[in-house]
Every structure is written in C-alpha cells, then in structure tokens.
Design a protein around this ligand. Structure first.
Ligand SMILES: Cc1cc2nc3c(=O)[nH]c(=O)nc-3n(C[C@H](O)[C@H](O)[C@H](O)COP(=O)(O)OP(=O)(O)OC[C@H]3O[C@@H](n4cnc5c(N)ncnc54)[C@H](O)[C@@H]3O)c2cc1C
Length: 379
C-alpha cells in the first residue's frame, strides 16, 4: 500500500518548493510529475525574481518583499547553488500616461520596501549605451533577482528528497478515486497511491488535473515563446522589459512583449511572443521567433547578426482576476490547489512555507483567503 500524508501533483516551482517545506515538517510526501522535474513551465522561464511589477495591494507587496529576502539565504538552506544574483531592471516607458503611472507606482513601492524610480531617456541611455532609445521617454528602474530556473527546481527537489520526500518524474496522474467528497486514491498509468490530502500544483495544466476529480477551477493560459542567443560581448548590463507588459499581451490573439535578460554565460535570454490558445503545448512558431527578433533588433541594433541558438514555448497560467489561486477547493474535503502566482520566483520561497502550513491544517502568519478558490463560486 503506497500511502502518504500528502500527494502533490506537479513538479514545477510550486510543487517542488511545497514538497520541500512539507518534508522539512516531517510530513510524508509524494510528488508526481508527468514529465521531467521542472519540465512544465518552471525550468524554461527567464529566471527573474521580479520586484516592482506586481499588484499594489498590501498582501502582494508583502509577499514580494519578504519572498525576495528569503532568497538571500535559500541556496545555503537547500545546500545547492542556483546562480542567485541581483541585477538592475529597466521597464521601458513610451508614453506620458505610462510615465505618470510609474511615478505613482514608485511613490507606493519605494516606501513599502521595493525601491523604484522613474528615470529619463538620458539616464537610460547612459546605463544602456547600445540601446536604441529613440522612441522612449525613459524607464522605471528597480533592482531584481535572477537565478537559473532549472538549478532552482533541482535544488528544491534534491533538498526535499534528502528530507525523505518521494519525488517521482515520468508519473502522469490519469485519474482519482472519489468517495464521500474525498479523494481516496490517485492513479497513474501503472500505480495507485493513497494520501490524506491531495495538492494539485500543475501550473497551466491545473484545471485538466482537477477535472479528473470532477472539479472545475478557472485556470486559463497563454502560450509564450522565447529564445536564447549565442554568446555576445558584454554590451547589455541590465534586464529590460516593457513598462506595460501586461496590457501589451493580455486579451490579444497574439502579441510580442520584448524582454532582454543577460545570462551569466554571456548569452541573452529573450522573451516573449504570446499567443491566446486553448491548446496546452510546448511548441514554437516561425511567427514567434521572427517577431521577437524584429523587436530585439529595433531595441538593440547591434544584435542584427547575433545567432539564435534555441527557441522554446510554454504555457503560463492565469485566473480571471489575475490574482493567485491558493487554497482548499470547495466541493471536495481534501483537495488543495495552488497556481498562477503572478510573481512566482520571488514569492514561492515564502508562499511554499505558508502552503505547507495550510496543508497541515495550520494557519499561516498572514491570511491567503483572498487567493482562495472559493472566491470564484457563484451563489
Ligand atoms: C517564457 C516564460 C518566461 C517566464 N519568466 C518568468 C520569470 O522570469 N519569473 C517568474 O517568476 N515567472 C516567469 N514565468 C512564469 C513561470 O514560469 C511560472 O509562473 C511557473 O513556472 C509556474 O510554476 P508551476 O509550478 O505553477 O507550474 P509548472 O512549472 O508548469 O509545473 C506544473 C507541472 O505539472 C505537471 N503536470 C501537468 N499535468 C500533470 C499530471 N496529469 N500529472 C502529473 N504532473 C502533471 C507538468 O508537467 C508541470 O511540470 C515565465 C513563463 C514563461 C512561459
């Protein structure tokens, strides 16, 4: 009988970090991942621990500020390096409306412990001498974190395993047994597992997994394509994104929001071409690579001859109100769900501690009720 206290479904940042926290508490934990560890969206992301781009309500500001602080000692705690470092971030501003909006955001973020300022075009040009700033008024500037997302995923997986958690890749969940409003068993193609509590942390695949238990959660996704260049001389010094990233991509059939992230090995991670689609897949398109390249060369003309080494695509989940989904699912007594953190890498070290507490029936130091799945229930 393969019985555990908690079964987690999904081996991305959320599932792995929560498995680690549970195992640290002495809770017997099994994590089932359909493919490779981190092989969903997590290990393929840009690795940014974002700071100034989240929602401005007190809970979001707190989890960003305190989550970021956790990273400072996390490599030591997990006993593995994941190339944690700090880097400047410029969010490019093209319009007066955006300039004013970021002035207002900075006035809230800075005193709340997330220093952010708006700088003019001359200052931006001085910091990024090879950028074409012709169409820009300036940028919002902040400091953020960077890490290697595959190493980060594996650091959590290995630390959880050292604490006794069972982390199982190539184990797709194909069904559940449900009795008296409880999930009593979790099935893969060739095994059946039992646990008191089930946590679905399956990213963009979350609603597909909960549907196997007859439960619908409003988790949607967009499909994002990204690419990496060959090594280039050190001519880009900060992360660069659009100040209106979310408006640029959301609600559009397809759109490019250029993001440029210099890597430790001298390559550039370039994101992202976004498509609205119902299909969950990991594919790339000619449109994606060419549209990203066009925007990139517009911003950094010296990259015209840089070679693309690899392109990839992954789904990113979001909820109807674009807030995280965390908590017990109405309709079943032992089903927990967590996905769509919005600012994931920064907040996951802190939120995973709190999610592990909730899975143990404990109350986290700060209520996550506003992220509860129950908020989407109609009367
Ligand atoms: C191009 C790109 C760049 C990004 N950059 C950043 C960034 O810089 N910073 C940041 O914070 N966020 C970034 N994101 C978003 C970030 O990657 C996601 O928020 C994060 O990876 C989600 O983690 P997760 O654990 O919820 O989901 P995932 O990493 O997708 O993990 C869910 C796992 O569930 C597994 N699964 C699905 N179905 C089943 C099943 N039936 N049985 C078992 N397992 C199953 C999947 O295989 C998957 O591995 C980026 C996203 C993209 C696409």
């Amino acid at each position: 009988m393969q019985k555990f206290d908690v079964i987690i479904i999904g081996g991305g940042f959320l599932g792995l970090s929560t498995a680690y926290q549970l195992s640290k508490m002495g809770v017997s934990t099994l994590l089932l991942e359909a493919g490779d560890i981190g092989g969903g969206t997590s290990a393929s992301c840009s690795g940014r621990a974002q700071t100034c781009e989240g929602h401005l309500d007190p809970l979001n500001i707190q989890i960003i500020r305190d989550g970021l602080a956790k990273h400072e000692t996390l490599e030591e705690e997990l006993g593995a390096t994941y190339d944690w470092r700090k880097i400047g971030l410029f969010l490019l501003i093209k319009s007066e409306e955006l300039w004013n909006r970021w002035k207002e955001r900075s006035a809230i973020l800075t005193p709340a412990g997330i220093p952010t300022e708006v700088v003019d075009r001359n200052s931006l040009q001085a910091a990024e001498p090879h950028m074409n700033t012709a169409n820009l008024l300036g940028a919002a500037y902040s400091i953020e974190g960077m890490l290697d997302p595959l190493k980060f995923s594996l650091a959590y997986a290995k630390a959880a395993q050292r604490n006794g958690a069972v982390i199982q890749g190539r184990s797709r969940v194909t069904g559940f047994e449900v009795q008296n409003q409880r999930i009593t068993a979790v099935k893969t193609n060739d095994q059946t597992y039992y646990a008191d509590k089930i946590a679905v942390m399956a990213g963009a695949w979350t609603s597909k997994v909960t549907e196997l238990a007859g439960i619908s959660v409003p988790v949607h996704h967009t499909h994002a394509e990204a690419l990496v260049t060959e090594r280039i001389p050190e001519m880009i010094f900060n992360n660069v994104e659009l100040a209106d990233f979310y408006e640029t991509i959301h609600g559009k059939a397809r759109a490019v929001a250029i993001g440029v992230h210099p890597q430790l090995n001298g390559t550039l991670d370039i994101s992202e071409a976004v498509t609205m689609t119902d299909r969950l897949h990991k594919g790339v398109s000619a449109w994606g690579a060419t549209s990203i390249s066009k925007e990139l060369i517009q911003l950094y003309p010296f990259l015209e001859k840089a070679r693309i080494v690899r392109c990839w695509g992954r789904p990113t989940s979001f909820t109807p109100d674009e807030e995280p989904l965390i908590g017990w699912v109405p309709g079943l007594d032992n089903l927990f769900v967590a996905t769509s953190l919005v600012i994931t890498i920064t907040t996951v070290p802190l939120l995973s501690e709190w999610m592990a507490m909730m899975l143990q029936g404990l109350t986290p130091p700060v209520s996550l009720a506003e992220y509860s799945p129950g908020r989407f229930q109609t009367a």
